[in-house]
Design a protein around this ligand. Sequence first.
Ligand SMILES: NC(=O)c1ccc[n+]([C@@H]2O[C@H](COP(=O)([O-])OP(=O)(O)OC[C@H]3O[C@@H](n4cnc5c(N)ncnc54)[C@H](O)[C@@H]3O)[C@@H](O)[C@H]2O)c1
Length: 672
Amino acid sequence: MLKKVCSGLPLNPLPPAKKTRNTNVPHAPDRKPSLTNEERKLAIKNALRYFPSNIQPQLIDEFQYEMDTYGHIYMYRFQPDIEMRAYPIDEYPCNCKAAAGIMLMIMNNLDRKIAQFPDELVTYGGNGQVFGNWAQFCLVMNYLSIMTDEQVLVMYSGHPLGLFPTRTEFSPRVVITNGLVIPNYSSTDDYERMFALGCTMYGQMTAGSYCYIGPQGIVHGTFITIMNAGRKRFGTNDLRGRVFLSSGMGGMSGAQPKACQLLGCIGVVAEVSEEAAKKRHDQGWCQELIYDLSELIERIRECRTKKLATSIGYVGNVVDVWERLATEKETLIDLGSDQTSCHNPYHGGYYPVQLSYDESRKCMKSDPEKFKELVHESLKRQVAAIDKLHERGMYFFDYGNAFLLTAKRAGAPVGGTDEKRCIRFKYPSYVQDIMGDIFSLGFGPFRWVCASGLENDLQQTDRIAQDCIEKLMAKGNTPNNVLEQYDSNLKWIRGAEDAKLVVGSQARILYSDQTGRVNIGLAFNEAVRSGRLKGPVILSRDHHDVSGTDSPFRETANIEDGSAFCADMSVQNVIGDSFRGATWVSLHNGGGVGFGEVMNGGFGMFLDGSAKADENIRQMLYWDVINGVSRRSWSGNKNARQTVERAMDKESKLKVTLPNELAEECIQKLST
Ligand SMILES: NC(=O)c1ccc[n+]([C@@H]2O[C@H](COP(=O)([O-])OP(=O)(O)OC[C@H]3O[C@@H](n4cnc5c(N)ncnc54)[C@H](O)[C@@H]3O)[C@@H](O)[C@H]2O)c1
C-alpha cells in the first residue's frame, strides 16, 4: 500500500472523482478569498499545471467547483485511500533511510486521530497545513522515496520545487520554507489571496515542518505553564481544589484538560465544536463532558469543595461560561486563559457567542463582514467578563494564541499603548510572566519519535532520558534555578508512560536545556548503535522555544530592548542548523500568533546510530539553544546571561558578546 502512495501522482488510471466530501469527518471552514475573476482563473490554471495537458480536461470542472465552493482547490480526488498513520520506518520504499523517517513524520501529521481537518491537509490550529493540496502530497512522497543522500528536496510553501544535487556530508535532506513573502505583503488578506492562488501556505510550525506529535506536543509546556501560574498566584505547586478555565479542545488546546488532570487541579475547558470535544473525551484527554451551563456551575462548585481532581469539557461557547461565572456570587475560578485560534479569528478560529457553531460556519462565508463584527462584539463581552473575575482575584494570562492582540484590535479595553507595537497589555502573556525566564535558561520543548513504531522503544527512550537527567542532577555546580527545572522534568518523564500521552507516532516531549538535549540525543544514538533500540530516533522541537521563534506577542514577548519585532534570531537559527547537521530545516512566516506576526524556524534530526549523527547532535543541538540564549542575554535577561557564562566556561570556542551594566551616572542623566 505504501508503495502505491509513494509512486507519484496517480494518472493512469485517474482515481475516481470525489463528488461529495466525506460527511463523517470534520472539514475546514469554507474560505472566501476576495479574488478578481482573473485571479480565480489563475488559481485554476495554477492547479492544472500539476497534470499533463491531456488529463486537464477531466479535472477542470471539479477544480472550478472546489474553488467556488470551498474557496481553495484541495484536489480531493488525489487523497489516497490508505489509512494515514506513522507506519514503521522499514515499510517505506526508499533509497535513503532519513527520507523514510521524514515520510513517517508526514503520514503522522495527516493521521485522522490527530489531524484537525485531515481531508484539507490541516493538522492543527485551524489552518496549519502540511501541504496546500493532495497533488503536492503525492509528489513529495514520491520524491522522498526515490531520493538519495546526494540530493535535497526543496519545498516552497507546500510546493515541491524538486530534488537538487547537493553535498552528502553537510546538507539537510529537505529545506522547507512556508509563507515567506516580501515583508510589505504580509497581511492576512494577502495570505488568503495567495493561498487561494496555490502560491503560499500557512504551515503553523509543526504542521508544515512535519514535526507534529499530537496534543502531547503541548502537554508538557501547558503543564509547566499552569503549574507556574499557580505558583505565581498562590506561592505553591499544589493546585488541588483550584480551578483553571480556558477554551478549545483542538489540536493544541486539547492538551489543557490533560495537563490539569496531571496537575491534580480542576480544569474547565469550553469547546464549541461537539465533534472536537467528543474526540478528546474518547481519547481520554478530557474526563467528563457537560452540555448544560447550570450543571457545569454545580459541578465546579462540587469539585472545588471536595478538591476533586478532574478535567471538565463544557460543550458550548466559552463566553457563556465567562459571563455566567461573572454573575455568580462566589469566585469559582482561580486561573484563567483562552486557547481559541485567535490568530485566525475570522475563518473559524474564534466562534462568536451570538451564533451557534453551525450558524457561524455559514455566516463566515455568506457574510464575512457581519461575521467579523460579531467576533469583535463577542471578544469585547469575553474581556468584560474576564475583567470582573480578575477584579475578584482571578489570575488571567494570554496563552500565546493572540487573544489579547485580537481583542485589542476588536476594540476591547485590554490596555496597551500603541496599536501596532504594543506588547504589554493589561494582562500578562505567559512568556512575560512565566515561561520567558525558563526559555532563557535554555529549556524548551525537546521531543523525539521512535521510528520503529514500537512501544518498547519509547519505553526504553523514556528510561534513557531519565537516566541522563539524574546524572545531570548528580553533578555539582548546577545553579538552583536549573536544578528546579531538572527536578520537574524528571518527575514528568517518570510519569509520562503512565499518563498515556501517545496519540499517533511513538513520540515523547520533554523540556530540556542545551546540555540535557545534547546528552539525551547522544545516549539515544548510542542505543540505536548498540541495538537497545530497534529502530532510529527522530529528534525535533516545536516553535515554543528559546531560539527558533521571533514572536513579539509570544516567544519573544519578554525581549525588552526594542528588538522584539526583529527576526534575525529565527532566520539565523535555521541557517545555522542547516549546516550543523539537521536532517531537515524549515522557516515559516506565521505560527501560533498568525501570518505576518511571527517568524519561526524548526528542524528534524535523524539518529541512525552513526558517528556522523553524534557529531550532528553535538554541533546542531548546541547551536539550536545557545543562539537564543545569547540573544536573550544581550537583551538583558539575567537567567540567559547566567546560562551563557556557564556555557563559555565549558567551551573555549564560544565567545558571546555580553552587555555591560549601564553606569548609574548615565542613567541619572537620562532621567533628567
Ligand atoms: N501556547 C502555546 O504554546 C501554543 C502552542 C500552539 C498553539 N497555540 C495557539 O493556540 C491556539 C489554539 O491552537 P489549536 O491547535 O488548539 O487550535 P484549534 O483550532 O485546533 O483549536 C481551537 C478550538 O477552539 C474552539 N473554539 C473557537 N472559538 C471558541 C469559543 N468561542 N468557545 C469555545 N471554543 C471555541 C474551536 O472549535 C477549536 O476546536 C492557536 O491560536 C494556536 O496558534 C499556542
